[in-house]
Design a protein around this ligand. Structure first.
Ligand SMILES: [Zn+2]
Length: 284
């Protein structure tokens, strides 16, 4: 069997994750590579870091598919004097194509948010919000109500481990049944979460002011908030993307091999001073 040209893999990825569904500010699609180059091994990762590119190179990958863009904002140089430049140079010198599916993969079904909904064991899943015909986020139900603590403990068993763990705002023993999810940074969706009448909202990158204000508005009630980590909530999609690509290309007589990144690209390395006390306590 002969390797597929990059163009056929790009076509398949764009059927799965149509670029027109990406947000207007986003930059998705092919970043490096020649559409005629043969592809035998596709490497999937959340972030196109230098270490990930090196892992792809060492594995012999011809194409790296990532969720996050390498070049979201303008650059004026791809010299190795910057990390972005070193990344582009490493990709090109090693003949590795880079393809990005970002907000179009968030919106796709199955996509990033479906993978997170599945990790939360949700049923009757639908979009959290529909804008211009594109569904964003997901909301669904648990088979039966469980405590907030038990729900998050269950989620932690299927998420990859990150140093920050999972942060929860809400009473541990409250029963939850309806769950909204948005993979990655989701603090733009609080209004949609409230409208969905979700008991709990699982997302990431929840900042002090939006979270405190959301908890104040809830007067201690629902929706409770779960910050499950940006990288961890999006990492779940890699297996889905890999399976979907192979399914999309099945029947083309391809010998395509795939590999999922083994590196944790969550940037945090350790925590100190985590506490569960509501009071600061005396310092003298
Ligand atoms: Zn993200």
């Amino acid at each position: 069997m002969t390797p597929l040209p990059l163009r056929e893999i790009v076509d398949a990825l764009e059927r799965l994750y149509p670029p027109y569904t990406a947000s207007s500010w986003d930059r998705v699609g092919l970043v490096s590579g020649d559409l005629d180059q043969p592809v035998s091994l596709v490497h999937f990762a959340v972030d196109p870091t230098l270490a990930v590119i090196e892992e792809a190179r060492a594995a012999g990958a011809d194409l790296l598919v990532t969720h996050h863009p390498l070049l979201l904002r303008g650059v004026h140089s791809v010299a190795t004097t910057s990390a972005k430049g070193a990344s582009v140079t490493a990709l090109i010198m090693n003949h590795i194509g880079l393809y990005v599916a970002h907000t179009n993969a968030d919106a796709a079904s199955p996509g990033v948010c479906d993978a997170l909904a599945s990790a939360c064991a949700l049923v009757d899943v639908g979009p959290l919000e529909v804008v211009d015909g594109v569904g964003h986020g997901r909301v669904g139900s648990l088979e039966r109500p469980v405590t907030l603590r038990k729900f998050v403990q269950g989620l932690s068993t299927v998420l990859p481990k990150a140093v920050g763990g999972i942060r929860v705002a809400g009473p541990a023993d409250a029963l939850v049944a309806r769950v909204a999810v948005v993979g990655g940074a989701g603090d733009d969706f609080f209004d949609a979460v409230r409208a969905s009448r979700a008991d709990v909202y699982v997302t990431a990158d929840l900042r002090h002011h939006p979270v405190l204000e959301a908890r104040e508005e809830a007067r201690g009630g629902t929706p409770y908030l779960v910050d499950a980590g940006h990288w961890a909530t999006e990492w779940l999609w890699l297996q889905s993307a890999c399976s979907e690509l192979l399914r999309e290309l099945a029947g083309e007589g391809t010998s395509l091999n795939t590999h999922i990144c083994t590196l944790r690209t969550d940037p945090w390395d350790f925590v100190i001073g985590a506490t569960v006390s509501a009071n600061i306590g005396g310092t003298s």
